[in-house]
Design a protein around this ligand. Structure first.
Ligand SMILES: Cc1cc2nc3c(=O)[nH]c(=O)nc-3n(C[C@H](O)[C@H](O)[C@H](O)COP(=O)(O)OP(=O)(O)OC[C@H]3O[C@@H](n4cnc5c(N)ncnc54)[C@H](O)[C@@H]3O)c2cc1C
Length: 399
């Protein structure tokens, strides 16, 4: 059990470091989450920041020392993350590595995998992406068609993945591909790979988002050769490993290396940006309907924070393991979207302006934040699919 004094001292130390090292505004637009890294300029800035946070000892705190971590209790990572959030520092962008590929390798990878991959994930040197979704198979992941055929010491891969976050920058991909199309059950025909992206026959094409930003790609495999040694688990075990990966992605399984994945915006931020705003000749914040709407958002925000705390108390979280985390993804992403939607609505006609438009309030922050908020309600499983999972796995309702 870690004592309160030790925790407080650590918090003070992180806080001092963040105050001293928070980078100055770079003068160009930074991504609001790891899903919007679109330019080399943004990438280099974020890579340098992540490397600095890791070098200071505030990333991968609970990962083993032998692989670049510190082998300490995860509570220290929670404290470091809270301080990062409080200081409003930039994100640690390599989230697929830090959040799900890394924990997966840490838990079920071979020693060779751990030595080869984990440190590069923490330092930001090796960027990871995820090749699960395909043009016709997103929620219906079990139907993926990308084919991996054994060819001596390697696999020949053909097919198309889509919505590959960081795909054009990544060095490695966690790839789900079909090795046995004849398997009677679709689940049994899939295998899982830690695939190098710089292989001949892999091509990425960036996709432009509604916000004008980039961040993900279409990824084409044309007779790409992936060494057989990159397969994780046995042939046919891909589905089990992919489902495990999604448990990390949906935060229902611990092990993430920490760091901020996105800029968190709270009701107080909205209230601050509305202080000077008028509507029908009176301050917006004095409108009882607006106050009502803000109170609703505050209630949701508090409930989510309490849920996060509850998830850390074993006695309160152990009856239905994973249930709090599974519900958290749905509640948090939808609540974030509703807050940003309210912000844009309260801007009235100005809500129709965008980032570069003259006279746009707060540099178009809220409009961009609202449009980007849909990313998290879709990525990692849509809200509808997440609701199905909660219904079946937590509430025990029939399929
Ligand atoms: C910003 C962003 C980043 C992403 N990054 C990655 C990435 O790095 N790697 C990757 O592999 N994928 C990534 N994705 C893809 C994401 O996982 C898929 O978009 C998601 O799983 C949904 O799949 P789909 O787009 O094919 O939609 P569909 O599965 O076609 O769904 C369409 C609609 O039908 C609904 N629906 C589907 N099935 C059901 C059901 N059974 N019950 C109720 N409703 C249902 C959905 O909720 C949705 O509203 C990303 C997506 C976004 C938006």
């Amino acid at each position: 059990m870690i004592g309160n004094t030790e925790k407080q001292e650590f918090r003070a130390q992180v806080s001092a470091w963040m105050s001293e090292n928070k980078p100055a505004d770079p003068g160009f637009l930074l991504p609001q989450s790891f899903m919007e890294v679109g330019s080399e300029q943004q990438l280099e800035f974020l890579r340098e920041w992540q490397h600095k946070v890791w070098s200071a000892g505030y990333l991968g705190i609970a990962w083993p020392r032998a692989y670049g971590g510190q082998g300490l209790d995860p509570v220290f990572q929670s404290i470091a993350d809270q301080e990062m959030r409080r200081h409003g520092v930039p994100i640690c962008f390599n989230v697929i590595g830090l959040g799900w590929a890394g924990p997966l390798i840490n838990d079920i990878g071979s020693e060779a995998d751990k030595s080869r991959y984990l440190k590069g994930i923490l330092s930001g040197e090796d960027i990871w992406c995820q090749g699960f979704s395909e043009p016709d198979h997103g929620s219906d992941l079990v139907s993926v068609q990308t084919r991996a055929e054994r060819d001596g010491d390697s696999y020949r891969v053909n097919g198309t993945k889509i919505w590959t976050t960081l795909g054009n920058f990544a060095r490695y991909m966690i790839l789900l591909a079909r090795t046995d199309p004849a398997a009677p059950r679709k689940y049994d025909g899939l295998s899982f790979f830690l695939a190098p992206m710089q292989s001949e026959g892999i091509e990425t094409r960036p996709i432009r988002k509604l916000t004008g930003e980039y961040g993900f790609t279409e990824t084409f495999f044309t007779d790409a050769q992936i060494p057989a040694s990159c397969r994780m688990g046995e042939e046919g075990e891909g589905w089990r490993i992919a489902m495990r990966t999604l448990m990390y992605e949906r935060a229902a399984e611990a092990g993430a290396a920490g760091g901020l994945a996105f800029v968190r915006v709270v009701v107080d931020d909205l209230v601050d940006s509305l202080r000077e705003r008028q509507r029908d000749g009176a301050p917006v914040l004095e409108d009882p309907l607006v106050r009502d709407a803000l109170v609703q958002r505050i209630i949701e925000e508090k409930a989510i924070l309490l849920g996060e705390r509850r998830a850390r108390i074993e006695a309160l979280a152990s009856d239905y393991p994973g249930s709090l985390a599974l519900t958290h993804k749905l509640r948090f992403t939808e609540s974030t979207r509703r807050l940003r939607q309210l912000a844009v609505a309260l801007l009235g006609a100005d809500g129709g302006l965008y980032v570069d438009d003259p006279g746009v309030p707060v540099g178009g922050f809220w409009q961009r934040a609202y449009l980007n908020s849909f990313a998290a309600t879709i990525g990692g499983g849509t809200s509808q699919v997440q609701a199905n999972i909660i219904a079946e796995q937590v509430l025990g309702l029939p399929r």
